[in-house]
Ligand binder design. Sequence first.
Ligand SMILES: N[C@@H](CCC(=O)N[C@@H](CS)C(=O)NCC(=O)O)C(=O)O
Length: 317
Amino acid sequence: MATRSFELVQEVARTGTFERQGSTFRSWVEDREHARFPAEAGRYHVYVSRACPWSHRVILARTIKRLEAVIGISYVHPFRDSRGWAFPGGEYVDRAEGSAFLAEAYERARPGNTDRISVPVLWDTHERVIVNNESADIVRMLNDAFARWASPVDLYPEPLRPAIEAINDWVYRDINNGVYRAGFAATQDAYDRAFDALFASLDRAEALLATRRYLTGSSLTEADWRLWVTLVRFDRVYHTHFRCNGRRVADYPNLWGFTRELYQRPGVAETIAWDEILKHYYTTHDMLNPKRLIPRGPIAIDFSAPHDRERLTSAAP
Ligand SMILES: N[C@@H](CCC(=O)N[C@@H](CS)C(=O)NCC(=O)O)C(=O)O
């Protein structure tokens, strides 16, 4: 098994700016004959961290599409050290392969692998290879390729695709990845730029959500869930840990109402593991929080409070 040091240094080295490494397994499950990875019930498995926002996209897609019985799931432990994501036992076991570390799946899929051992991973239990380790792709596969078994909710409707892509672009750059760029910046200038872009884009989302129930209008799409996974973590983690302290999400009436509405949708609150989220961020990044103390606030934060978003449109399907 390859054990590799978890070093952020390589990603901030030259410019002081955190550059997220691209995902390198990008194959596709398709529901057609002779596909390299054909859609089948019970064949595919996802490795995820309940702490991780990119994994959270996949967990949500699997829940919303009602694919729990079709696609297996294993959760890594929220604490990650130099050996990478681990399956130490209890609820954190590799149900597909029985590995002790996720690095073993990468090594099996690509011997000598030197890429980062990241989650989420879509694993093929037949061929014992990684199909894909890019959450954006995995969400689309769960939306399309497993339609025979899935609920008919469409997270990526054809007519809305250009609007979804346009929103994903700035939401990813400035918000999803933006909080990490602020948090892992190694120079004041890199931090300032990430901070300014983050709060400019939060203002932009706030303005959109003042007149629309969801980012593209009246349909709840992947664009909303991609924004939401960052918003739901924001006040308890990014505001403090990543120095994203311009405002709290709770200070934006529309972002906060939107966050509460999505939190309250069926099955969604159950996808949140606050203990794992807090433990992961505040105990894994020693360069940011060497004493590993977990902040207790905000004192009052109620994701279950009424949201009043219905006033903007009728409920999405
Ligand atoms: N582009 C990837 C990013 C995934 C990612 O960065 N995951 C983090 C967890 S939040 C990870 O596993 N990091 C471990 C590492 O990079 O060593 C995706 O969206 O799927």
